[in-house]
Structures are given as structure tokens and as C-alpha cells.
Design a protein around this ligand. Structure first.
Ligand code: AMP
Length: 191
């Protein structure tokens, strides 16, 4: 079983690459951001709660996010493995994920980080916002806040996974297909 974390700042291409990785290795793709956006579109209680955080570019509280993640994993008991995209984003989420998987006799196989320069990310996000209409992609101050959330709360995970020898970085710029190949190489060399 391959349980992979796709890691990187907002706009680094995690969602795009998750689609290719999912097809090649027959994995279930879980994006907590997608789950929240779906709930917002359905106007569920979770959606209403998540919206207030997401719109300003803040992280949704850990207790809510962790429950969502566990429910998504539990929906797929026969999976060959999972791609976690946009989760974990805090140390508590990472610790809870390890414990949750351990209870199922599973573990994280590796974390692959997509490295992209901040200026490139801002351009990518603004362009994506024009197409998708995502409020959090259209406003520079919201984007800036998401980067700050990443720097303060998510970047400590680099050391968390590095200390377990599970952290791999790849260049997240260039052709989409080339980036996919870099990811496949890391997976194939480490499973
Ligand atoms: P994403 O689609 O991964 O860029 O996530 C969009 C937004 O959803 C983030 O800016 C957060 O507000 C929220 N979100 C997604 N995943 C998480 C997470 N693991 N922890 C907290 N908030 C999250």
C-alpha cells in the first residue's frame, strides 16, 4: 500500500499532480480543500463553518479537519492507498494522521514536496482564480495570508517528515508531464 502526502505551498500543483499519481498507482485522492468546497456548495453546516476560515485564507480548525480526513479514509476500506493533498497542514494533524493510520496497521510511505518560487505561485493562483472563481485565489492579501499560514503552521512538517526519512523534494516548475515524471521517480525509488 502506498500512502503518499503531496506537500507544497498553495498553487504548487498538488491537486493537478494528484490526478496523475492517482491514475498511475490506483490510489484514492483525498483533498481536504475539495471536501470543504463541496460542503460550501451544498451549504452544509460544515460548509458554513469552513467558509468563514477559507474566505480569509485561514486554516480551518484542526478538530474539524481531522474528522473530515478520517471520514474520507474510512469511506474507502478497500483502497490500494491514498494521496493526501493539502493534509496534514499542522503538526497536530500530522501526529493524528500517524496515529489514525497506525490503528489500521498503516503508515505514511513518503511525503513529496513540490518546490515552486513564491512569485510564480502568486501568478499561478491569480490565474487560477480567474478561471475557477475561487475567492481565496483572487485577492493578493488572502493569498499572502495563506502563505503566512503555510510558513507558520505547515512548514514545521518538513522537519517532522525529514526526521522520519520520509521527505522528498522535487522541482515543481516546468511542463506538467515532466513534474509528474519527477514524482513517479521518487515513488518508484522509494517503495
Ligand atoms: P486547498 O484547496 O488545499 O488550497 O485548501 C483551501 C483552503 O481550505 C485552505 O486555505 C484552508 O482554509 C482550508 N483547508 C484545506 N485543507 C486544510 C487542512 N488540512 N487544515 C486546515 N485547513 C484546510
Amino acid at each position: 500500500m502506498i500512502n503518499l502526502i503531496l506537500f507544497g505551498k498553495p498553487g504548487s500543483g498538488k491537486g493537478t499532480q494528484a490526478e496523475f499519481v492517482k491514475k498511475k498507482y490506483d490510489l484514492i485522492h483525498i483533498s481536504t480543500g475539495d471536501v470543504f468546497r463541496y460542503n460550501i456548495s451544498q451549504k452544509t453546516d460544515l460548509g458554513i463553518l469552513a467558509k468563514s476560515y477559507m474566505e480569509s485564507g485561514d486554516l480551518v480548525p484542526d478538530n474539524v479537519t481531522i474528522q473530515i480526513l478520517q471520514a474520507e479514509v474510512n469511506k474507502n476500506p478497500d483502497a490500494n492507498g491514498f494521496i493526501f493533498d493539502g493534509f496534514p497542514r499542522t503538526t497536530l494533524q500530522a501526529e493524528m494522521l500517524d496515529e489514525f493510520l497506525k490503528n489500521k496497521n498503516l503508515s505514511i510511505s513518503m511525503t513529496i514536496a513540490l518546490e515552486v518560487d513564491a512569485n510564480v505561485l502568486i501568478d499561478r493562483l491569480i490565474n487560477r482564480g480567474k478561471d475557477s472563481g475561487r475567492a481565496d485565489d483572487q485577492d493578493r492579501s488572502k493569498i499572502q495570508n495563506r502563505f503566512e499560514e503555510y510558513n507558520n503552521k505547515t512548514s514545521p512538517l518538513i522537519n517532522y517528515y525529514r526526521s522520519q526519512n520520509k521527505f522528498f523534494e522535487i522541482d515543481g516548475t516546468g511542463k506538467i508531464s515532466e513534474i509528474s515524471k519527477r514524482i513517479f521517480n521518487v515513488i518508484d525509488s522509494n517503495i
